[in-house]
Design a protein around this ligand. Structure first.
Ligand SMILES: Cc1ncc(COP(=O)(O)O)c(C=O)c1O
Ligand SMILES: *[C@@H]1O[C@H](CO)[C@@H](O)[C@H](O)[C@H]1NC(C)=O
Ligand SMILES: *[C@@H]1O[C@H](CO)[C@@H](O)[C@H](O)[C@H]1NC(C)=O
Length: 463
C-alpha cells in the first residue's frame, strides 16, 4: 500500500510538468491517486490521534505565492475523469486516444543500438565516462548546427544540448527572472504561461477572462492567419512563439516571421521561438527563426528530439542562443545562459546524446524520416475525414495536430459528443487558452489501424 501511494505521488509530481504528458499519464494517476486517497483516508482515520489533529507536520515555511497563483491543470484531470466515466459506462467499447501529444511508433533500431552500445561501454574501463560538458557533447552540438542550421550562421558553441524543450523553457524563465513582461499566443502550449506564473511574471488568474493578469495574450485565430496581429500588439520584453504551433498546427510563413523579427527589433524585444515540431513541415515555411534575416539579433530558439525522433521518454533537446543577442546594458545573453546551464543543469545524459548523434547520421536521419512520414500519413487521413464531413480543419500539413472548428459550439460539448458517440478522446481547444473555444485538437500520433477506425467512426457520427 505504501508503495502504491508512493508511486502515485511520484506520478502526480511528474505529471504536472507537462500538459500533454499530463493527459497521457493522468488517467493512471487519477486511478492511483483515487486508490491512494482512499487508503490515506482509512489510514488517517485509523492513525488519527485522539485529539483529532491533522496528519502531517505543518512547517513554518510559507507557500510560494506564484505556485498559489497557478491554476491547477484542471483540463487534463477533467478529460481523464470523463474518460474513466466513459469506460465505466461502456466497458466493452474500444477507446481510441487522439488526445495525447505523445509519440507511439518504435524508435528505429539504428538509434537505439547506438544508445545500447554507449550504455554497454560504460561497463568497461575504456568506455567509462562521467560528467560531460554542461553544454553538451561538441560532436552533437556540431551535428545539430550542421543538420538544422546550415547556412544560417549558427555555430556549435551557440547550441546548448538539453534534456528537452520543456526543461529549457523553465531554464530560460530562470534566466529572465520576474522583472520582464511576456506575450504568449492564445491558444498556446501551456508551458510558456505556466512557467511565467511560476517565476513571478504574472498577476492572478481571472476566471472571467480565463487569463492571467500581466501576461499579454496574442490572439492567434483564423482571422489573423493563426499568427499575432502585430499592428495592435503592445510591446513586451519577451514574445513566446511556437511554430509549427501546438495546438493549431499552423506553421508561420516566412512573411509572418519576417514581420515578427522586424517588430521585435523595433521594440527591443526577445523572441523565444519553439520549433519542437519543425520536422513536420512539408511546405516552404521556415523551419527555424534563424532563416529570417536579423533573427540572430532578436531570438532564442528551443527545440527537441521528442517529436522528431520519438525521444519523449529518452529526453533530448537543445537551445540556440546567438552571440549577437544582447541585454539593454550590452551584456551577451549567451554568457548568462551558459551560467544557468552550468549551475542548474550539468548536461544531458550521455546515453541520450549518443542516441541524438545516431539520429543525425545519414542512416539514422533517413530512418527517422520514415517514422515522421507515418505520422504525416495519419494526419492526412484525419484531415481528409473532417474535410469530407464539411468541417474546417487547420493544421495537419506542417504539424502532427489537427485543429478542427465547430462554429457556434463549445469545445467541451464537442469533446463530449465525440466521446459519447465514437469512443474517441480528443482535447477541447479551451485547454490551450480562451482563444481555443469552438475547436478541438486531434493528434496524429497513433497506430494506423486506430486512426482508420477513428476515421470510420467519425464519418458515421458526423455525415
Ligand atoms: C510546443 C512544445 N514545446 C515543447 C514540448 C516539450 O518537449 P520536450 O519533450 O522536449 O520537453 C512540447 C511537448 O508536447 C510541445 O508541444
Ligand atoms: C526591473 O526593471 C526595471 C526597468 O526595466 C529596473 O529599473 C529595475 O531595476 C529592475 N529590477 C530588478 C529587480 O531587476
Ligand atoms: C513596436 O514596433 C512596432 C512596429 O515597428 C511599432 O509600431 C511600435 O511603435 C513599437 N512599440 C514600441 C513601444 O517601441
Amino acid at each position: 500500500m505504501v508503495q502504491l501511494l508512493g508511486h502515485a505521488g511520484v506520478n502526480v509530481k511528474r505529471a504536472i510538468s507537462s500538459a500533454d504528458e499530463l493527459l497521457e499519464k493522468s488517467c493512471s494517476v487519477y486511478l492511483l491517486t483515487s486508490i491512494g486517497f482512499l487508503v490515506m483516508l482509512i489510514l488517517r482515520i485509523y492513525l488519527a490521534p485522539q485529539n483529532g489533529r491533522r496528519v502531517g507536520h505543518g512547517t513554518k515555511v510559507p507557500r510560494n505565492i506564484n505556485m498559489e497563483r497557478l491554476r491547477n491543470g484542471y483540463l487534463f484531470s477533467e478529460i481523464c475523469r470523463r474518460e474513466l466515466e466513459h469506460t465505466q459506462k461502456y466497458p466493452h467499447a474500444k477507446l481510441i486516444k487522439l488526445g495525447i501529444g505523445d509519440t507511439t511508433e518504435p524508435i528505429p533500431d539504428i538509434i537505439t543500438s547506438a544508445m545500447a552500445e554507449h550504455a554497454h561501454a560504460l561497463s568497461t574501463i575504456r568506455g567509462y565516462r562521467g560528467y560531460g560538458a554542461e553544454q553538451g557533447n561538441m560532436e552533437l552540438r556540431n551535428a545539430i548546427a550542421q543538420t538544422f542550421y546550415r547556412d544560417m550562421g549558427i555555430k556549435a558553441n551557440e547550441v546548448f544540448v538539453s534534456d528537452g524543450a520543456q526543461c529549457d523553457i523553465s531554464r530560460i524563465q530562470m534566466l529572465l527572472g520576474s522583472n520582464v513582461t511576456v506575450a504568449v499566443q492564445d491558444p498556446s502550449f501551456p508551458a510558456y504561461m505556466d512557467s511565467s506564473v511560476i517565476i513571478g511574471q504574472s498577476g492572478n488568474f481571472k476566471e472571467e477572462t480565463g487569463k492571467y493578469e500581466n501576461i499579454l495574450y496574442m490572439n492567434c485565430g483564423p482571422e489573423s492567419n493563426f499568427f499575432p496581429d502585430l499592428s495592435n500588439t503592445p510591446r513586451t520584453d519577451i514574445i513566446f512563439l511556437c511554430s509549427p504551433n501546438n495546438p493549431t498546427g499552423h506553421a508561420a510563413s516566412r512573411q509572418q516571421l519576417e514581420q515578427l523579427v522586424e517588430f521585435a527589433k523595433a521594440n527591443g524585444s526577445i523572441i523565444i521561438h519553439d520549433s519542437a515540431y519543425a520536422a513536420y513541415i512539408t511546405d516552404e515555411s521556415p523551419r527555424s527563426i534563424f532563416e529570417i534575416p536579423g533573427g540572430r539579433e532578436v531570438a532564442i530558439e528551443i527545440s527537441s528530439f521528442s517529436k522528431f525522433a520519438g525521444f519523449t521518454g529518452v529526453r533530448l533537446g537543445w537551445t540556440v542562443v546567438p552571440e549577437e543577442l544582447l541585454y539593454s546594458n550590452g551584456f551577451p545573453v549567451i554568457k548568462d545562459y551558459n551560467r544557468i546551464v552550468c549551475t542548474c543543469f550539468n548536461g544531458a545524459s550521455s546515453i541520450a546524446q549518443a542516441g541524438g548523434l545516431a539520429c543525425l547520421s545519414s542512416d539514422g536521419y533517413l530512418a527517422m524520416n520514415a517514422v515522421l512520414d507515418y505520422y504525416k500519413e495519419n494526419a492526412k487521413i484525419i484531415m481528409d475525414t473532417f474535410t469530407s464531413l464539411g468541417l474546417k480543419v487547420h493544421g495537419g500539413k506542417n504539424a502532427p495536430y489537427m485543429w478542427v472548428h465547430f462554429p457556434g459550439l463549445r469545445s467541451w460539448d464537442v469533446f463530449n459528443e465525440i466521446l459519447e458517440k465514437t469512443h474517441i478522446i480528443t482535447v477541447p481547444g479551451t485547454g490551450f487558452g480562451p482563444g481555443g473555444e469552438g475547436y478541438i485538437r486531434v493528434s496524429a500520433f497513433g497506430q494506423r489501424e486506430s486512426v482508420i477506425e477513428a476515421s470510420r467512426r467519425l464519418k458515421n457520427l458526423l455525415k
